[in-house]
Design a protein around this ligand. Structure first.
Ligand code: GUN
Length: 284
């Protein structure tokens, strides 16, 4: 039976320590979240980000823009936030409506306020083995979980399923930078099970319920499930057949209560880190 990795507990501890630190910060760390349109899932994510930031006493603002907003209006808003000294961190909630050019919008964010680590400057830093201003929230949360449970990465075969810019790609590069041997799998990968069976650490970020079954993993594998899916009865589930895979794994994250709480926790830590970096920048 696997150790169930308790992301809720770890996130709570980190946030408690963060709260102890930020209570003395003046001005308070500032987080701006931009949301375009009415996507219900995005609205839920954004309101939980705002709630957590407010609980920590941050200067937390949500900019709600209509689905019809033009590219230039959105770019102007980002510019305003780039110039706003009370805002240390800017997050543009994805996905954006189709008429907006995601890459141009991300590139407008000042890299020193890029709390998601989406800007090519920061992405390039990770890709070259250098340090970005802050690391992307979900992969950073996963690394913290591995560290918390003393799970070594160096020399291990880490298999990442999924190649998104939010999780899969940066996750793979961060594991590589920690000296893992890394394989990235995706929807066009042939013989997925042959590859996953060789994984010491398996990161599942495909967004497909029950993609990973127990015959696809070896005994003792560490499984991190980033999936957020609904099963046929509407219940939240990950990408992994948890009850079967748990019997073979050494460690496994549940859904919910695994990676999810760590993502929002990393967002708060990143906001504080950017606040510190900007303060140092100004006075150095
Ligand atoms: N949409 C889903 N997850 C995320 C995230 O981590 N950051 C942003 N900006 N949008 C998202």
């Amino acid at each position: 039976m696997a150790v169930i990795i308790d992301g809720k507990k770890v996130a709570k501890e980190i946030l408690q320590n963060l709260a102890d630190e930020t209570v003395f910060m003046s001005p308070a760390p500032g987080l701006a979240v931009i949301i375009v349109g009415d996507d219900p899932a995005s609205k839920i994510y954004v309101s939980s980000k705002k709630k957590k930031a407010s609980e920590l006493g941050f200067n937390s603002i949500v900019v709600e823009l209509p689905e019809s907003v033009s590219q230039s209006e959105l770019l102007a808003k980002i510019e305003e936030l780039n110039d706003d000294e009370k805002i240390n961190a800017i997050l543009v909630q994805m996905p954006l409506p189709k008429h907006l050019d995601k890459n141009t919008i991300i590139e407008k964010i000042n890299p020193i306020k890029d709390v998601d680590c989406f800007h090519p400057y920061n992405v390039g830093k990770i890709a070259t083995g250098d340090k970005p201003y802050v690391y992307p929230c979900t992969p950073k949360g996963i690394i913290r979980l591995l560290e918390y449970y003393d799970i070594a990465v160096e020399g291990k075969h880490a298999v990442v399923i999924g190649r998104s810019n939010i999780v899969g790609r940066p996750m793979a590069q961060m594991l590589l930078n920690m000296n893992a041997t890394v394989t990235i799998c995706h929807s066009r990968t042939k013989n997925l099970a042959d590859i996953t069976r060789t994984a010491d650490i398996l990161i599942c970020a495909a967004g497909k319920a029950n993609l990973v079954t127990s015959d696809m993993v070896k005994d003792g594998v560490v499984v991190v499930d980033v999936g957020m899916n609904r099963n046929s009865s509407g219940k939240l589930c990950g990408d992994v057949d948890f009850s079967a895979v748990e019997k073979k794994a050494s460690y496994i994250t549940p859904v919910p209560g695994g990676v999810g709480p760590m993502t929002i926790c990393s967002l708060m830590v990143n906001t504080v880190d950017l606040h510190k970096i900007q303060k140092n920048d100004k006075y150095s």
